[in-house]
Design a binder for this molecule. Structure first.
Ligand code: PGA
Length: 256
């Protein structure tokens, strides 16, 4: 990997105060992997607590609203995430696109809001099995990248400053135990990089492109060694230190 690997745990709607012990264990181990950027994105109620529990890893949210404040019951703004100590936010995860009907345009508007609040952004893209079987995977993902990523001066500056990452997560690989073939991952990450250059010119080389979808201790090394795989977005295997740390170690070993 040419870039500093970025290993991000997405706790989804899992977690409790008791699980902060896992975050502390991950944080303690982070000191042994200084060449890896490590982060966790817990559910909203745990963000502030997790922020206070850790020192060496990043903390992020899993969504934010497009507005900074106002009459939007149940929503949380990017400014609130920043205020409570979050460093970044995951946007456009396929579960939000599916469960909440999030469009590319909405994801882009959320990304604009997050960057304006000073947060880093991880934008998720990925095709369904139906789209892959129809031979449309690359077109679908390219279109998601073209239409979900932030645009304009502020975005360009943020991208050049390393504030944007893209996570390629084939929907059929998420939580299924079924991982994409490394060759398919390589092809898709190259396609995403090409779209990043189209969007941001030279700065398009900067965003790390993470792979996500059933990443675990057994498959992490092979995936992380692939060209243009700048890290991993990890769901199920991020819920315990025992499952997560071997993935971090695999990323660190690739750097050694
Ligand atoms: P998984 O989830 O690792 O449990 O497949 C990945 C994700 O959805 O980010």
């Amino acid at each position: 990997m040419a870039q500093r690997p970025y290993i991000v745990g997405n706790w989804k709607m899992n977690g409790s105060r008791a699980m902060l012990a896992e975050a502390r264990a991950i944080d303690r181990a982070a000191a042994r992997h200084p060449q890896v950027d490590i982060a966790l994105a817990p559910p909203f109620p745990l963000i502030g607590l997790l922020r206070e529990a850790v020192t060496g890893i990043g903390v992020g949210g899993q969504d934010c609203h497009t507005e900074a404040k106002g009459a939007h019951t149940g929503d949380v703004s990017a400014a609130m995430l920043a205020d409570i100590g979050a460093d970044f936010v995951i946007l456009g995860h396929s579960e939000r696109r599916r469960d909440h009907g999030e469009s590319n345009a909405l994801v882009r508007a959320k990304a604009d809001a997050a960057l304006a609040a000073g947060l880093g952004v991880i934008i998720c893209v990925g095709e369904t099995l139906e789209e892959r079987d129809a031979g449309r995977a690359e077109d679908v993902v390219a279109s998601q990248v073209d239409h979900s990523l932030p645009q304009g001066e502020v975005a360009l500056e943020a991208v050049a400053g390393g504030k944007l990452a893209v996570a390629y997560e084939p929907v059929w690989a998420i939580g299924t135990g079924r991982v994409a073939d490394v060759e398919d991952v390589i092809a898709m990450h190259a396609a995403v990089r090409a779209r990043l250059h189209a969007a941001y010119d030279e700065a398009g080389a900067r965003p790390r492109i993470l792979y996500g979808g059933s990443v675990n201790a057994g498959n992490a090394a092979a995936l992380l060694a692939a060209p243009e795989v700048g890290g991993a977005l990890v769901g199920g295997a991020s819920l315990t230190a025992d499952a997560f740390l071997p993935i971090v170690a695999a990323a660190g070993a690739g750097e050694g």
